[in-house]
Ligand binder design. Structure first.
Ligand code: FAE
Length: 545
């Protein structure tokens, strides 16, 4: 069955419908017009071909948003090129993002069927046919792993669970030893948390909230088996969620909205960093513009862009010359671009460390079948708020978020996303035959992640007299071990770049996203990506501009 046609193939209705900001690309200088309101403004058709810009940022996720805002505040005009759409125009149903239980083309990036992370239930796949469209969630397939990523103005912030976790200081110090942890915890983590709009759940409300019964059951089981647990802050507005539960506002998290976008309640980057960035009048966001090449030109860099329609087809190609280029296309996007530019000789002097040291943050998912007296509730908030902390277990460190399973009916399922300390690292390589970049991660490499997660859930199952669900990730498949939400690394700080993200070999080229982090953050990563970007851009502005 096909869902409604969200937009006719080849048309560019939403691109054309977005109000175009006044934009001058004259005399080698770009001037954006101040954004109004509280949401980032983007243009799908900016007149940028042939322009020269002081700074071009590739991608509008966490790293890109921080770079754009801080550069603009320092007086630098910035062009952001974002391959995904500007999610500001409602579809035919009046909503910007599609319903979770009835996904349409808006859900996935250029796919004909959905590819749900938890894609099976009771013996069968419940993926659905959809119309091909430049939707908000990409499930990018490599030989041994699918990597989920956000596509659009706001990057991963549009689709993620909003869990805003600052890692324990000793864990951060072990992961990025070249970074001064004291500065991070005194200055950059607080700065990131504040600008992201991180808030904490009202713990009294939590104890009785119908929508968090699943989390209370998860906590009870963790406690009964002797595991530590912790509340997890979020960028979803918990006060708004209270009103959702009281039925006084439009439901979003309580309507199961998360991986295909939230129509309300969430402080995604388009409402925080990017709104502030375009509000300076110095930042222009070119949506549906994919960077395809970067090469030296004069004293700067020539950047090639493909403007794409909602079928992913190239409408036109453009060239911009930028004095400085910030790679913020995400761990995978940045690594793919740099690895192919190095292999093809356009940026041939990049370090051999480019493309190396990639990890999946040890992600593995699993579900448990509870007894009838431990129902997880028919109404579940799509925003997790609690995690089981077993990182101190030297035999298999793990931090497991108690995840919702908002099916709209009582499933008795307790679902978890475990972040484990998987030491294996993969690399990206360019295939000159296909012209594509592959990632050599193998599914079997997740065995140590499964083993670490089992140290928690085998114990809980034994204590509770329960079993694993084997119907959520395939037919008789217990572990969701072939995908990740948390790609990290590929252009690691102090290896492929200097200690602030400057790429070796090319003055004026920077990496400022999750590619800098060597494969693991010990918790969910976006607060760390944001805080590290804050640290690096401050130094770059002070020393390089
Ligand atoms: P990212 O946010 O991915 O932004 C990169 C941007 O670059 C994207 O908008 C791309 O479309 C764009 N792009 C890529 N290539 C190009 C190109 N060639 N030209 C132009 N644009 C390009 O990067 N993390 C948490 O901390 N807490 C959570 O609760 C959480 N839940 C998640 C749930 C899901 C379903 C997913 C997919 C991720 C989740 N994450 C979570 C991970 C988090 O969103 C991710 O680590 C960050 O978004 C990565 O930030 P970056 O700035 O590296």
């Amino acid at each position: 069955m096909r869902d409604f046609v969200y937009e006719k193939p080849g048309s560019n209705r939403y691109a054309g419908g977005i109000s175009r900001r006044g934009f001058l690309a004259a005399t080698g200088f770009i001037v954006g017009v101040a954004a109004l309101g509280s949401r980032a403004t983007a243009s799908a058709e900016p007149a940028i071909d042939g322009a020269q810009v002081p700074a071009l940022v590739i991608g509008s996720g966490y790293g890109g948003a921080v770079a754009a805002l801080r550069l603009a505040q320092a007086g630098v005009d910035v062009l952001i090129a974002e391959m995904g759409m500007s999610w500001t125009e409602p579809g035919p149903d009046g909503d910007i993002f599609c319903p979770v239980l009835k996904p349409d083309g808006r859900s996935y990036w250029l796919r004909e069927t959905t590819d749900q992370p938890v894609g099976y239930f009771m013996g069968g796949s419940y993926n659905k046919d959809i119309d091909r469209y430049t939707g908000v969630l990409d499930s990018e397939k490599f030989s041994g792993i699918r990597v989920y990523q956000g596509r659009g103005v706001g990057g991963g912030s549009l689709v993620n669970g909003g869990m805003a976790v600052t890692p324990k200081r000793e864990n951060f110090a072990a992961i990025l030893p070249s970074v001064n942890a004291e500065e991070m915890y005194a200055t950059y983590y607080p700065r990131a948390n504040s600008a992201l709009g991180v808030n904490h759940i009202d713990q009294n409300w939590f104890e009785s909230a119908e929508c968090y019964k699943f989390a209370r059951v998860g906590r009870k089981h963790a406690e009964r088996s002797g595991f530590d647990w912790t509340f997890v802050p979020n960028v979803y507005d918990f006060e708004y969620m209270k009103k959702e539960q009281a039925n006084t506002v439009r439901r979003s998290a309580l309507a199961g909205e998360v991986i295909y976008g939230n129509n309300a309640g969430k402080r995604s980057l388009d409402k925080t960093y990017l709104a502030a960035a375009t509000g300076t009048g110095k930042v222009t966001i070119a949506a549906q513009h994919m960077v395809t090449a970067v090469r030296p030109s004069g004293g700067g860099y020539e950047v090639e862009l493909a403007q794409i329609d909602t079928q992913g087809a190239t409408v036109t190609t453009k060239k911009v010359v930028a004095q400085r280029v910030f790679f913020a296309a995400g761990s995978v996007g940045t690594s793919k671009l740099l690895v192919s530019m190095k292999a093809q000789g356009q940026l041939g002097d990049l370090s051999d460390a480019v493309g190396q040291n990639w990890g999946n943050n040890g992600n593995v998912m699993v579900g448990r079948a509870n007894h009838m007296w431990d129902g997880t509730g028919t109404l579940q908030s799509a925003m997790p708020c609690l995690g089981i902390d077993n990182w101190a277990d030297a035999g298999g460190p793990a931090f497991a978020e108690v995840a919702p399973f908002p099916a709209g009916l009582e499933t008795y399922v307790s679902l978890y996303l475990a972040i484990t300390k998987n030491p294996i690292r993969a690399k990206f390589t360019f295939d000159s035959g296909t012209g594509k970049v592959d990632l050599n991660w193998q599914t079997a490499w997740n065995q140590s992640s499964i083993d670490a997660a089992k140290r928690i859930f085998d114990k809980i199952n034994k204590k509770e007299g329960t079993i694993y669900r084997t119907d959520l990730f395939g037919v008789y498949k217990t572990w969701g071990d072939d995908f990740t939400y948390h790609p990290l690394g590929g252009c690691v700080l102090n290896e492929a770049t200097d200690n602030y993200g400057r790429l070796h070999g090319y003055q004026g080229l920077y990496v400022i996203d999750g590619a800098l982090i060597p494969g693991n953050t010990s918790v969910n990563p976006f607060v760390t990506i944001t805080a590290l970007a804050e640290r690096n851009i401050e130094r770059i502005i002070a020393d390089d501009l």
